[in-house]
Design a protein around this ligand. Structure first.
Ligand code: FAD
Length: 215
């Protein structure tokens, strides 16, 4: 349990903050895309979407050594990483009270660069989070590809989780309005696999791919 203090104490609707570490792991393990903040020398902020994986007590991200985001983070720039799971729309009687069901995580801190066997293991972890079973099937990274890739580890030390899951919270005066109110759940799902146009003959969609599901 992490007490709601400091930079990660939710001030706006604090009742939506969830303090259990298991809740953080659940959000990070369910998501596929993280948004990672960085700013340039002039102070212009950028928020960059990337694939990621949780690895125990860290979040791993990987990218090109030519990427502004990754170079800056590798040099020790502080960052903020968020993962957002959108679970539905909340249709209130008023536009003002209309909102969303979500689970979101925010992690603050500085990343370190993984090197040698840790770099390869980090890449495997990210690959297996995004595409379970693929690492053993697809060609592994070459030495040249590894040299062009930064793998960064952001520790799960300063973090917060916010969950919104209640019914519409309309003002009492609005309850009698002739307007439908409720929740419209939203789900992600994979579509039908489409073979590459240059796929060699005799290859079917792997069984492990057929087993992938979303929430
Ligand atoms: C899908 C989605 C849609 C949203 N839509 C809106 C919207 O349209 N308008 C709006 O005002 N807000 C929206 N929110 C909530 C928004 O993310 C902020 O929580 C809210 O705006 C308060 O921001 P703040 O900077 O005042 O937070 P504060 O409560 O002051 O933030 C303090 C600390 O709380 C934590 N925190 C704040 N927000 C989050 C979060 N979402 N997840 C995890 N930790 C958090 C961070 O550690 C932060 O440093 C949405 C959230 C999600 C996930």
């Amino acid at each position: 349990m992490v007490p709601p203090v400091g930079r990660t104490a939710v001030r706006r609707l604090p009742e939506k903050q969830v303090h259990d570490r298991a809740a953080l792991d659940a959000v990070l393990d369910a998501g596929l895309v993280a948004h990672v903040a960085v700013h340039d020398d002039g102070g212009q902020p950028y928020v960059v979407p990337v694939g990621y994986a949780r690895d125990g007590d860290s979040v791993l991200i990987h990218g090109s050594t030519a990427s502004r985001l990754f170079r800056s983070l590798a040099e020790g720039a502080p960052t903020c990483l968020t993962v957002t799971l959108l679970d539905g729309l909340v249709l209130a009687r008023s536009v003002f009270e209309s909102s969303m069901h979500y689970r979101s995580a925010m992690v603050l801190g500085m990343a370190t660069t993984l090197e040698g066997p840790d770099q390869v293991r980090g890449l495997e972890r990210v690959s297996e989070h995004l595409m379970p079973g693929r690492w053993a099937d697809a060609r592994q990274p070459s030495r040249k590809e590894l040299a062009a890739t930064l793998v960064l580890s952001l520790p799960l030390v300063e973090w917060s989780v916010k969950v919104s899951d209640g019914p519409p919270d309309d003002a009492t005066d609005d309850l009698a309005l002739p307007v439908w109110a409720g929740i419209l759940p939203l789900h992600e799902r994979y579509g039908q696999p489409t073979p590459a146009p240059d796929l060699r003959d005799g290859l079917d969609v792997p069984e492990y791919v057929r087993g992938w599901t979303r929430r």
